[in-house]
Design a protein around this ligand. Structure first.
Ligand code: AMP
Length: 114
């Protein structure tokens, strides 16, 4: 049995997280090392390793994740905007091999990222 990712352990309630949204398909919680005043991670409960592992069959789930973003942003009052980021693979610095979207906001974000 491969070792569970840290995010799977959060889904299974084996380690704590500050959960800000949950439904049957996904879970959102605050990033432990925030890069902005608001830094939330939104993950599917179904295990998908990264953006690169997404298939056409996952389209409804991925669409649902994106559709949840405005609800999370509204919870934090991000009326001036926010950024949604998915790091994919080594060159993008992906650390946890369970698909996750970062929602960053609460300050002016620079572009391009490093
Ligand atoms: P990435 O580099 O895109 O794979 O992002 C992984 C993110 O997960 C980083 O921003 C970490 O700070 C965050 N992270 C790692 N462990 C935890 C945890 N236990 N609770 C919340 N966020 C975490």
């Amino acid at each position: 049995m491969p070792e569970k990712t840290i995010f799977k352990r959060i889904i299974d309630r084996e380690i704590p997280a500050k959960i800000v949204f949950e439904d049957e398909q996904c879970l959102a919680f605050e990033d432990i090392h925030p890069e902005a005043p608001v830094h939330v991670l939104l993950i599917p409960k179904r295990e998908i390793a990264s953006v690169d592992a997404i298939t056409e069959a996952d389209a409804p789930l991925i669409g649902h994740l994106l559709a949840v973003m405005p609800t999370i942003a509204a919870k934090y009052g991000l009326t001036d905007g926010y950024r949604v980021v998915a790091n994919c693979g080594r060159d993008a610095g992906q650390e946890v091999m369970h698909l996750h979207f970062h929602l960053l906001g609460g300050r002016r974000l620079t572009w391009p990222p490093g």
